[in-house]
Every structure is written in structure tokens, then in C-alpha cells.
Write a protein that binds this ligand. Sequence first.
Ligand SMILES: Cc1ncc(COP(=O)(O)O)c(C=O)c1O
Length: 419
Amino acid sequence: MTTTDVAAPTRAEAEALDRGDPLARFRERFVLGTAGADVVAYLDGNSLGRLPRATVARMQQVVEHEWGNRLIRSWDDTWVRLPRQVGDLIGSAALGAAPGQVVVADSTSVCLFKALHAAAGLRSERSVIVAADTDFPTDRYVVEAVADQRGLRVRWVSPPADGGVDAALLEPALLNDVAVVALSHVDYRSAQVADLAAITAAAHAAGAVAVWDLSHSAGSVPVGLDAAGVDLAVGCTYKYLNGGPGGPAYIYAASRHQSGLAQPVPGWFGAADVFAMAPAYHAAAGIERMLSGTPAVLGLVAVEEGVRLVAEAGIDAIRAKAMALTDLAVRLADAWLAPLGVSLASPRDATARGAHLVLRHPEARRWSEQLAADGVVGDFRNPDLWRVGLSPLTTTYVEVWTAMDIARSVLADLTGRPA
Ligand SMILES: Cc1ncc(COP(=O)(O)O)c(C=O)c1O
């Protein structure tokens, strides 16, 4: 990070960016806090997206009418179709996936467990899962568990802390014993965007299948699963898809694999005829075979409303704003925070990073806590990172400017250095 004489963008510049923002109108489609709300800048939409106004109305309608009045009949009316219907919407709005390849179910951890078992089953003669030892904890734990259960080994690759995986790093690991390559598209710490198409192609060239976790890219970065020939993918809905706390996750399986996929939790909702109550399990022909138990209807309808906003805004416009927001934050950090000892732990090139940024400082924990107390809500990440998520549908440029302004004065106070 440059430390001398970098001119900070002015507040007037941030205001001009807001005036010219084609997505500005989306902010008011979200609940921005009722009286007494103390948020000055919300920089955590990469952990929990804001609440869409439409979700409030939809939840009320579903609870009062569909549940309260229609009761069990609502399963036939609409509910039974929701996992596939919302999956198709996520597929088209955020994943570059044609219909019939995505269902919404379970949590990301459980979807990943199912996806990895199914993927390993496609290469049952092989013995290795390749994964990154810097990946999100649940990904590492699930990779290890699936490897254990199937008698496979994990070959870990170690991306640089402030970067992420790339094809060159993976190449030595992609030997002819690899069954599955399991990686995250956007690194949860650094925000580096992996080259999903190149890595998927490299996995295929080695005879392996590629499984991607899209939790930090869906709704912030175009994904292009079909175009890249990805085999399976999973992700959460509560970040940039605004699906709500603990909202159900999604699982993608390419059409070409579906008839051969065996997943480890063969419940009745994944069966060919859900209500036949057949004596033995026969998997549904299509993507529904990745389902297990009764879908979480209230969670599903919230996801549908969140994703509708992404579909309406368009993923390319969202991506363009994410790059501009993070660029503004980087320029402000260069001018104001670098002189206080802060360094950038994310790619400097906007095209190489997702919609969040990570800033490193030895006092990051106290810094982040004080900022949260002052209404600037970001994330602390062990041991010395402050992570800020910039959600293109809700974050304004002035919000970023204000947050960075407060961040510099809090850090100056903490370190006893002039801001
Ligand atoms: C990359 C990644 N995978 C998975 C998860 C969470 O999984 P789950 O939905 O099972 O809690 C997160 C949560 O932040 C994540 O960042």
C-alpha cells in the first residue's frame, strides 16, 4: 500500500458517484433500519445481506395465508415446487446455469457434503481430493470428513494468505489419482476471485471433477457455471443473495451428470415420487435427487425475494458497482489508513477481487470492535484483519467514504498517531 501523499477522494466525489449510480434505486427496496437503528455504515453484507422490503410482505403473506389459511394444501399449491423454482432463479440470476440444475436445500455445509460424495462417486477408481488449506473452515472440515468416509486422501494446496488459488498453484497437485478438486470461487479472506473456467478445465484435463463453493461470489461476481463446464457447486444465500439469516443453501449439478449422481442422504424429497411412499428409494431423475427432507418453506420464500432483486438489477451491473465501491475503499485506505500502518490484504486489481476487502493492522481486533460500537459494522478476522463487504444493491459510495473517515480517526486514537 502506498504510504505517502496519496490524495483522498473527497466526499463530494463520493456523492457524485452516488448520483451517477445506476443501481442507486435498489437501496430503498431494503429495510434500512427503523427509528433507533444505530448503523452508520453497514459493511457486512458479505456475511448477512440486508432485509429486502418485499421479504417482509412475502413472509407475512406466506405465514398468514399459505400456512394460516391454506394449511397442508399449500404443499400442492406451491410449496413442493419451491426448491427447484428458487434454484432455477438463482441459476439464471447469479450462476449462469440453465434451468433444471439447481435446487435450494439444507445448509452450505450439508450441500457440500452431498456434492463431494456425489462427485467422488463419479470417479470411484481414484483416491484423492484436492482442496485449499486456506479455505473456509466448513469446507476444510467437510472435505476431510468425506475423504475419511470414502477412504480417500486429501492433497492440500496452500495459496498465499493475501491471494488465492490459481491454475499454476494447482498444477503439481493435479495428478492422475485426483477424483475431485474442491475450491471456493472467491476467497473468504482475501476476496481473490479464482479463475473458475481455467481451474475447471485443468481439473478436467487431469480427469477429475470440479466442485465449487460460490458463497462469496453468487450475487456479486458473474459465475458462468454452464459455460465453464463445472460439475457441481454449492453456496449460501444469506450474503449477496439477501436470503436472510440461516437461509437454505443451493446445490448445482450439471445436467450431464445427474442420472449418475448418488448422494449420501437419500430422503423422501429426493425420491422419484415423493408421495408414493415406496418401499425402496429410487432417486428422482433430475436435480431433485440432491434433495433429502422436507424443504424449509419460510427460508425458501425469503431467498426467492432476495434473489429477485439480484435478477432485476442484473449481475453485470452489480459486478461493475462492486469494483467501483472496492476501488473507492482502496483509494481511501491508501490515503488515510496506510500512514497509520494499515496494509491491503486483498488484490489491488479490482478485476481480481470480489465485493469485499481485507485490511491488515496489528490492532485490527480493537479497531473493528470500536468501529462496530460507533455504528461502522464490518468483520474482524483472526489474527489481524478488518474485513469490509460492499454490497452493490445497498452500499452507497458516501457510506464507504464515511466508514473510512471514521476508521481513520478510530485507528488514530487507538495508535496515538495523528489521523
Ligand atoms: C465459503 C463459505 N462456505 C460456507 C459457508 C457457510 O456454510 P453454512 O451455510 O453451512 O453455514 C460460509 C459462511 O460464511 C462461507 O464463507
